[in-house]
Write a protein that binds this ligand. Structure first.
Ligand code: NDP
Length: 269
């Protein structure tokens, strides 16, 4: 992440103070930790961060009004609504209210559409972090068979598109995929974004494959975080594998910082 410091500095020197506002509704403990980590990352780079806290019973129109206010504020370059929202909100409607130019989580249909079409624009943080990880270890993507397990709008679909754009042959698996292991065993690059602790075991991994574990799972009775990949068995077979915690999580935050800087840079041009 430190590579981003010069970009932040250059903006500040030009009189633009890059800034991210996180909207946090309610008091979900996991969300509080995620928000704290985002604020810390901003501090490390000199990005101004604000956490707008709203109590969980805040009426949705009030929340939407707050987003409108941030959209209109020229000193705010990036706006993020921390998910999940408490029950009772229309999450889709809320995240779509963020101005696409400030939508650093890349949930707005305009940004999702640009990603689909391959147009330049903000890219979602977790998939962008995965691509950066693959590039960072010198993993050639073109021509490889990439298998993505999970088809969410946040991770599975966008990483599939981004791997496709980099000329991988991409297979997307989900809960209705029969014989998952037969598919994952074909993967040169295996991305697990499921939300099931230890679903991918060593016998489901092709020897030498690069395994990216996106999962962050809590297991009852344990304080540890678990990935979607059973690290012990998979690491014996894989050529490279990301750990949980570590790996994709910190990269996601680094990419959020990058998107914030990109949004600030775009405002200044
Ligand atoms: P979702 O719950 O939105 O999607 C899960 C996907 O996994 C769905 O497409 C589902 O299929 C599929 N799935 C569920 N069970 C199986 C199964 N047994 N076999 C094959 N596919 C299955 O999750 P997210 O994409 O939001 O998140 C996935 C994981 O990644 C979670 O653990 C989350 O916490 C973590 N995460 C981590 C981030 C990070 O920064 N490290 C960022 C974002 C997420 P179907 O569509 O058919 O239901």
């Amino acid at each position: 992440m430190e590579e981003l410091a010069p970009r932040a500095k250059s903006l500040i020197e030009r009189g633009i103070n890059p800034s991210l506002t996180v909207l946090l509704v309610g008091d979900d403990p996991a969300s509080q930790v995620y928000v704290k980590n985002k604020v810390k990352a901003c501090q490390r780079l000199g990005i101004r961060s604000t956490v707008a806290r709203l109590p969980s019973g805040t009426p949705e129109p009030e929340l939407l009004g707050k987003i409108d206010q941030l959209n209109a504020d020229p000193t705010v370059h990036a706006v993020l609504v921390q998910l999940p929202l408490p029950k009772g909100y229309d999450e889709g409607r809320v995240v779509r209210r963020v101005d696409p130019a400030k939508d650093v989580d890349v949930f707005h249909p305009v940004n999702a559409g640009k990603l689909l079409l391959g147009d330049p624009g903000l890219e979602p943080c977790t998939p962008k972090g995965i691509i950066a990880l693959l590039d960072g270890i010198g993993c050639a993507i073109a021509g490889k068979h990439a298998v993505v397990v999970g088809r969410s709008n946040i991770v599975g679909k966008p990483i599939a598109l981004m791997l496709l754009r980099r000329h991988a042959t991409v297979t997307v698996c989900h809960s209705r995929t029969p014989d998952l292991a037969a598919v994952t065993r074909q993967a040169d690059i295996l991305v697990a974004a499921v939300g099931r602790a230890g679903l991918i075991t060593g016998d489901m991994v092709k020897p030498g494959a690069v395994v990216i574990d996106v999962g962050v799972n809590r297991v009852e009775g344990s304080k540890k975080l678990y990935g979607d990949v059973d690290f012990d068995s998979a690491s014996r077979v894989a050529g490279a594998i990301t750990p949980v915690p570590g790996g994709v999580g910190p990269m996601t935050i680094a990419m959020l910082m990058m998107n914030t800087l990109e949004a600030a840079e775009a405002c200044s041009t």
